[in-house]
Write a protein that binds this ligand. Structure first.
Ligand code: BJ8
Length: 411
């Protein structure tokens, strides 16, 4: 692999196997390098060793794929959790031996990582083979059906999610589902989940959410000193690191960002909305920021959906969890107007100049919701660019051209 370094131009270097984008731009010289980000980047091996150690000591490890699974219940049972959503292209072709090609890359990448027996030959996914149980959820069709196959490889528990969140029966049903899930976690770990333990975990995860709010507040400044790519890399670790390690990382990062004097130059302020960007997938944000934009908010599960709402600490913990989690505005919900309201609220709060609507190929839910989002943004005069892509690199240049034109329009 060879890199060409040239000032004042963007250069995309792509290896045959691994996907890498190297962007060299004269503006990057002015960009802040945060040492806490190196710390976060290097945390992978330490976390893997930590999980291996925990397993040796008899702790159960739960793998998850989705924000609808309340971590509080897993942690209150004395288990640890780790996210299994795949963001890498390497394992997509492995999954295609079992699954249709025309389903979303996130599902294929995740499934490929698990059936590939600990990802032999694939960097950075050894944790896929380290879970005692997968806790899944009925969300989109691809995930639901993939979970049915997953059961052959790892014990898989599925939370049935009601998908009309505003109907009066939905909350009751979800509460029953969460109670069943709580019992399943007690069986897995052999530990009784107490109200005190649940309250403790709720408080702890609310602290995490508040810390992320603080970081996002720093992005509301006229010229934020942290890029969207850097924030995304942090957010991709939210469900990978232990909660304590994640909190430590984010505190370090906030401390550093607060010290930096903002730049004067105005860049188009971009919000990304749509599908999550799992660990390993930073393709589109890298392109946006190499083309002169600055991403200041993400309405996605690797963005605001994961932390915006807190769990009410003054209520019965199971009711408070059910109320908070059922409100996550995923496109599997119908209707999902809460998502539109959130997008408009974020656009106001973060003074957004333009929105990039990001869809993974074959993700029908987010793809169809694009129409409503576009209409809503049009009504308030905010331009939107829709990008549909996968984890491969064949469309990098074409996306670059479209984003270039979008940035020019916004400038
Ligand atoms: S709460 S967004 S994490 S389901 S991209 S697999 S929706 S076809 S990831 Fe998701 Fe939970 Fe919803 Fe968030 Fe399906 Fe779309 Fe693929 Fe997706």
């Amino acid at each position: 692999m060879s890199f060409v370094i040239a000032e004042n131009q963007s250069y995309f270097a792509v290896t045959g196997k691994d996907y890498n984008i190297l962007i060299t731009n004269i503006n990057l010289e002015k960009m802040q390098q945060f040492t806490s980000l190196d710390y976060i980047k290097n945390s992978y091996n330490a976390r893997i060793s930590q999980i291996a150690e925990e397993r040796k000591m008899g702790k159960k490890i739960v793998g998850t794929f989705c924000l609808f699974v309340p971590d509080e219940i897993i942690l209150a049972a004395g288990a640890d959790r780790i996210i299994l959503c795949g963001g890498k292209n390497d394992t997509v072709s492995i999954a295609e031996q079992y699954l249709p090609r025309n389903i979303c890359p996130l599902v294929k990448s995740s499934f490929g990582s698990i059936v590939n027996n600990g990802c032999s030959g694939v960097k950075s996914c050894s944790h896929f083979g380290m879970v005692d149980m997968v806790v899944a959820e009925n969300t989109c069709d691809s995930k639901k059906k993939m979970y049915e196959l997953l059961g052959d490889y790892v014990p898989t528990y599925v939370i049935d999610l009601p998908q009309r969140p505003d109907s009066p029966e939905a909350l009751k049903y979800f509460l029953v589902e969460l109670d069943k899930f709580k019992i399943a976690m007690e069986h897995l770990t052999g530990n009784k989940i107490t109200v005190e333990q649940l309250k403790k975990e709720i408080k702890s995860l609310n602290e995490t959410r508040q810390l992320i709010h603080r970081l996002y507040d720093l992005r509301k400044m006229d010229s934020p000193s942290i890029t969207g790519v850097d924030v995304l890399k942090l957010m991709q670790k939210q469900y990978f690191l232990s909660t304590e390690e994640f909190k430590k990382s984010i505190r370090m990062l906030i401390g550093e960002v607060e010290q930096v004097k903002a730049e004067d130059a105005h860049k188009p302020r971009i919000m990304i909305t749509g599908c999550p960007m799992s660990g390993g997938n930073t393709k589109v944000p890298e392109i946006i920021e190499s083309k002169g934009g600055i991403i200041v908010a993400e309405e996605s599960c690797t963005g605001t959906r994961s932390f915006w709402d807190l769990v009410d600490e003054n209520k019965d913990p199971m009711i408070a969890l059910a109320e908070r989690y059922i409100k996550i505005p995923c496109s599997c919900m119908s209707p999902n107007d809460r998502r539109i309201d959130n997008i408009l609220e974020l656009a106001r709060e973060f003074k957004i100049d333009g929105v990039v609507y990001y869809t993974l190929q074959f993700c029908h839910g987010y793809n169809i919701e694009k129409y409503k989002v576009h209409q809503a943004l049009k009504n308030v005069g905010i331009p939107m660019l829709a990008i549909e892509t996968d984890y491969g690199d064949s469309d990098v240049e074409q996306i670059g051209l479209r984003i270039d034109a979008f940035m020019e329009m916004l400038s």
